[in-house]
Design a protein around this ligand. Sequence first.
Ligand code: ATP
Length: 231
Amino acid sequence: MLAIEGIDTYYGESQALFGLSLEVGAGEVVALLGANGAGKTTTLRSILGLTRPRRGRVSFDGRDVTREPTHQIARAGVGWVPDDRRVFPALSVARNLAISVKQTRFRSWSLKECFEVFSALEHLMARDCENLSGGEMQMVAIARMLMGGPGLVLLDEPSQGLAPRIVQQVMATVKRLRSEGAGVLLVEQNLDTAIEVADRAYVLDRGSIVFAGTAAQLKGDEALRRRLLGA
Ligand code: ATP
């Protein structure tokens, strides 16, 4: 679903990613781990063309999107939930969701299906987003992405600051996306949450991949986790 080959990404003259390669298959959940500043968000921004790689290639769904504009990449079926959620604060939840519906070649979730995973959402529809809690806003951000017909889902620290019950709902959504054949790239600070749900994991350190393997490998090897993540 996603293939990144040898990308170098810069902010001005400062290089943030060094020859980074990774893959996410259809029906696969892949965790992207690493310390603060390792380059996880920059990797997501590079996929979306928000911070364009200077070298290397990004392919989505069999097509080279390295030079495509961000809106076109989104319209092709790359769904993104940024770490700051970015809902429209002055608009109601219903309006935020309605303007997110897109037709892609992948399945768009219906409102009803979003309510099935986030039951609280149904009762928030008339509220303006600026009056929501962080957890409620995250539900809106995820529902919006689901209604946009994603084939690949980029989640930037989706459980950050959320109550355990909502984290569970987010992870249930990730599992359902996988069972439906979407690819999920999950940036997560909470290592336990990430390796519980992920099939494979990459660990980034200062812009380079220092580990690529199965989540089970990471889960079963505390010394490896400590070495890679200080966890
Ligand atoms: P965090 O968990 O803190 O979000 P991260 O792994 O997502 O960390 P990035 O945000 O991708 O890391 O940052 C990678 C590197 O790029 C860091 O050295 C960071 O200081 C730098 N960086 C990130 N955004 C910018 C920017 N807008 N301008 C300049 N440098 C940036």
